[in-house]
Design a binder for this molecule. Structure first.
Ligand SMILES: Cc1ncc(C[n+]2csc(CCOP(=O)(O)OP(=O)(O)O)c2C)c(N)n1
Ligand SMILES: [Mg+2]
Length: 892
């Protein structure tokens, strides 16, 4: 035969290769895969010792990971499941097409679900277990753009009405609609996890799986075999967050985690890797990271062809094509496939010789074959010791035919013409005639149909419906007055920073009978920065393996203690990962029915500035807990300079609707805010969470004045009134955070040197004041006949005489936002501009927020008001040592 004469590169005869392959086959048959693997490993070692250079590759051939002989029987009624899936396909498509007929360009996606339908349906019918009283349930992150499929299924399940489907992407219609993507904020009984900002959900899923283990290791929930499933797009894996934490998952041996990557080889604009192979690339990344990788590339129709291919030519050929070629092949005719794929080698052609062109065209991909997908899921669920990723090959827009199957434009396809609709209808056997189907009606078979009965029975067997969100934790009972009382008393002259004060509170909270266990301190390698190392020993650092080594500092009081039941999540240098832990802990009241209270403390500049999208997702998810921006304040964090000095985060917190942002100055303010926060979130069940900036400047913490709690929470209160309120020259000074001390110093200068009597206010939250003012304004606009409401700021300042000056360590825009509700003009000082490596006082001079600039601003306002002479102002500039020609910090 010709074959025997053909040779491989380097002159090896094929027959020689054939012999090697046959002997391996015989070992496999007689002794099994472990022995075969051992022999290969020994051969590899032998080769290396003998100087054979074997290039490293984490890849396996371009073939299914699970061979046919290890494929389990499919346990369901495949034909019935296909029919159900077809109905879901139809309704998902109908939802998008109808929405776009009613409202041009309202959007929606058909192709993503079309490619992933089998991946989801096998999960729904056989794997995803619902949450119940007895079992925590599996946790599923659905790919955002596939949401029409989830809605369509819920419609068949009788959970969503046709009216709701009709209002897909039209949420404001009477009776409500369906949100474009998974948003727990908008559909709190349905969606659990927001996934549509791509890359976030893979990372969140990893930390969710780890948090589940944390709860188990700490004895807070029973050990179960519940899984976390994350469905993602192959294009999505380009987001750095997607693969950014995969080594954590393998390091932690998270075999409760399964990723399913829908490898349709396309993203929005075109192929993910036209010139390469995304599946092989992902395989090597995941295998290299220690994951169990299961490739599901080829459907059952390919099995007999592989069977005939004793020489392994087919696998070899499959590995040769780049994704751009594959994309072309899947939309081409059988004749084209024969010529261009099999035609590269006469022996390959021979393999498919008995097959018609039509059957070549119908060779399915693995991700569209329920038997292959089932086998992969089963293997993933049974796998022990590492997380699993399933790389499933599919076709984007599967079933859309000319309307977009596998085309580069398919992602955006939202409309189908009459012919295309009829073709789709026929292909999936939807019982609608030629006329009816062009109306694209939603179709649900009768309740007693076999389809609906089967679908319901399957879900019943798996414990109920998915996705479904419910709040399962009971509200906390105690008011915690005792716990926080000590922090109202001040530090008796001892200089402490607000960070130290907070850590003191955290230490005490950890010991509390009711909430102690629930506290989850989270820190991205910054505990020492915040003086939290004392907690290492007392609370312990969580480690799933305990501590396998004697820590170098074991003889010290505050040694680095890792423990299996450790409470602190020391995440290492990953704000994104820490935030994902915060989200898992802050949403456990729903996911697990456990009121864990996360306190995530980090360098404030690396919070909103760096991971704002995770914070947005947390907000959407109704996450509870406290974010602590440490070392905050552009001028309060000395030395670090441009990158670290944060004058932004209080502004960046503004757009997040349900975050309460505070910039407290004193320990008692923090105590009041945290105590009230715990009440609001964990007792009253409000969907808010907190951002509190804490600083590292030490100063004496005063005792709490009477009657200020309400003011602290609402955003401002008068901290120190003027000594001589009858004075002719009057002013109101507003300070926040550490800058409040500058206002207090200015108060003294103004009084002693210029005879100005100033009241000093602590503004704890410009955001609260801003929201309150807007709310009053809005209410008045909508209720002109009623007694107007007065914004809290206006109420506070109604009888406050004199000029108004505000200073904070953040942008000037913060005080300016509320100035319209003030009785007179407001002069705002703030830290707009890039930071500098400098000491505190120089920084405050540079940004013009120190006591001297507050004094000058006050005098200037008095001068403009005609209350003081120009010469007083000129002299003050000199006396205060201010250089009028100094560069503007905003642009220097
Ligand atoms: C962070 C982010 N960037 C961009 C988008 C817009 N976007 C939505 S879907 C998509 C392509 C998705 O491709 P892939 O991940 O392969 O999913 P497929 O639809 O092919 O399953 C893009 C760019 C987004 N949703 N999130
Ligand atoms: Mg894709």
């Amino acid at each position: 035969m010709d074959n025997e004469l053909s040779t491989q590169p380097h002159g090896i005869h094929d027959v020689e290769i054939q012999e090697w392959l046959e002997s391996l086959d015989s070992v496999l048959e007689s002794s099994g895969p472990e022995v075969a693997a051992e022999i290969l490993e020994r051969l590899r070692a032998h080769a290396t010792v003998n100087g054979i250079d074997l290039p490293f590759s984490a890849n396996t051939p371009y073939a299914n990971t699970i061979p046919v002989r290890l494929q389990p029987l499919f346990p369901g009624d495949q034909e019935l499941e296909r029919r159900i899936k077809s109905l879901i396909r139809w309704n998902a498509l109908a939802m998008v097409v109808r929405a776009n007929r009613v409202e041009h360009n309202i959007g929606g996606h058909i192709s993503t679900y079309a490619s992933a339908a089998t991946l989801y349906e096998v999960g729904f019918n056989h794997f995803f277990r619902a949450r119940s009283e007895e079992f925590e349930g599996d946790t599923v992150y659905f790919q955002g753009h596939a949401s029409p499929g989830m809605y369509a299924r819920a419609f068949l399940e009788g959970r969503l009405s046709a009216q709701k489907l009709e209002n897909f992407r039209r949420e404001l219609k009477p009776g409500g609609g369906l949100s474009s993507y998974p948003h727990p904020w908008l559909m709190p009984d349905f969606w659990e996890f927001p996934t549509v900002s791509m890359g976030l959900s893979p990372l969140m899923a990893i930390y969710q799986a780890r948090f589940n283990r944390y709860l188990e290791d700490r004895g807070m929930k029973p050990v179960t075999d519940a899984k976390v499933w994350a469905f993602l797009g192959d294009g999505e894996t380009d987001e750095p967050e997607s693969l950014g934490a995969i080594t954590l998952a393998s390091r932690e041996k998270l075999d409760n985690l399964i990723f399913v990557v829908n490898c349709n080889l396309q993203r929005l604009d075109g192929p993910v890797r036209g010139n390469g192979q995304i599946i092989q690339e992902l395989e090597s990344a995941f295998r290299g990271a220690g994951w169990n990788v299961i490739k599901v590339l080829w459907g059952s129709e390919w099995d007999p062809i592989f069977e005939r291919d004793a020489e392994g030519l087919l696998v070899k050929r499959m590995g040769e094509l780049v994704d751009g070629e594959y994309q072309k092949l899947v939309v081409s005719s059988g004749a084209y496939v024969r010529e261009h794929f099999f035609g590269s080698d006469p022996r390959l052609l021979q393999l498919v010789e008995p097959m018609s062109d039509e059957s070549l065209r119908r060779l399915r991909l693995g991700g569209h074959d329920p038997r292959k997908v089932y086998a992969a899921y089963k293997a993933a669920v049974d796998h022990k010791g590492s997380p699993t990723v399933i790389l499933a090959r599919t076709i984007k827009g599967y079933g859309l035919g000319e309307a977009g199957e596998g085309k580069n434009v398919t992602h955006q396809q939202k409309k189908l013409n009459e012919d295309e609709l009829r073709e789709f209808r026929s292909r999936f056997g939807i019982p609608l005639n030629d006329v009816d189907c062009i109306e694209v009606p939603f179709y649900r078979p009768p309740e007693d149909s076999v389809e609906i009965q089967y679908l319901r029975a399957r879900r019943e067997a798996l414990g109920g419906y998915v996705p479904k969100r419910s709040i399962r934790a009971k509200p906390l009972a105690a008011d915690h007055d005792e716990l926080f009382k000590e922090f109202h008393e001040g530090s008796e002259g001892r200089e402490v920073s607000t960070t130290m004060a907070f850590v003191g509170m955290l230490r005490k909270m950890l010991k509390d009978a009711e909430i102690g266990k629930l506290i989850v301190p989270i820190v991205p390698d910054e505990a020492r920065t915040f003086g939290m190392e004392s907690l290492f020993r007392t609370a312990g650092i969580y480690s799933s393996v305990g501590q396998k080594y004697e820590p170098v500092d074991v003889n010290t009081l505050l040694y680095y203690k890792e423990a299996k039941d450790g409470q602190i999540l020391e995440e290492g240098i990953t704000e994104a990962g820490s935030m994902a832990s915060f989200i898992a802990a802050g949403s456990a009241y729903a996911t697990h029915g456990i009121n864990t209270i996360p306190f995530f403390i980090y360098y404030s500049m690396f919070g909103f500035q760096r991971i704002a999208d995770f914070i947005w997702a947390a907000a959407d998810m109704r996450t509870r807990g406290f974010l602590l921006g440490g070392t905050a304040g552009r001028t309060t964090l000395s030395g670090e300079g441009l990158q670290h000095q944060d004058g932004n985060s209080q502004v960046l917190a503004l757009p997040v609707p349900n975050i309460k942002a505070y910039d407290p100055a004193f320990a008692y303010e923090i105590a009041v805010i945290i105590q009230d926060g715990i009440r609001r979130m964990y007792k009253d069940g409000e969907n808010v969470f907190y951002y509190i900036t804490v600083m590292n400047e030490p100063y004496a913490m005063p005792p709490m004045p009477g009657n200020v709690k309400d003011g602290i929470l609402r955003g401002m209160y008068r901290f120190r009134p003027a000594a001589n309120p009858k004075a002719k020259l009057r002013a109101q000074l507003f300070g926040s955070g550490a800058i409040l001390n500058e206002a207090l110093r200015a108060q003294e200068i103004l009084e002693t040197k210029y005879g100005v009597a100033a009241d000093v206010w602590s503004v704890t939250s410009y955001k609260e004041l801003y929201n309150d003012g807007n709310e009053a304004e809005r209410w008045n606009r909508l209720h002109p006949g009623e007694k107007p409401r007065v914004p809290y700021v206006a109420k506070c300042l109604a009888d406050a005489p004199g000029v108004l000056v505000a200073a904070s360590d953040y942008l000037k825009t913060l005080p300016n936002m509320i100035s319209k509700w003030m009785p007179r003009h407001l002069a705002s000082l703030g830290t707009d501009g890039f930071g500098r490596s400098e000491g505190r006082s120089s920084l405050r001079e540079f940004f013009e927020v120190d006591s001297r600039y507050i004094t000058l601003a006050t005098l200037h306002e008095l001068f403009v008001d005609g209350k003081i002479e120009r010469c007083v102002l000129d002299k003050a500039v000199k006396d205060l040592g201010i250089n009028p020609d100094k560069a503007n910090p905003v642009i220097s």
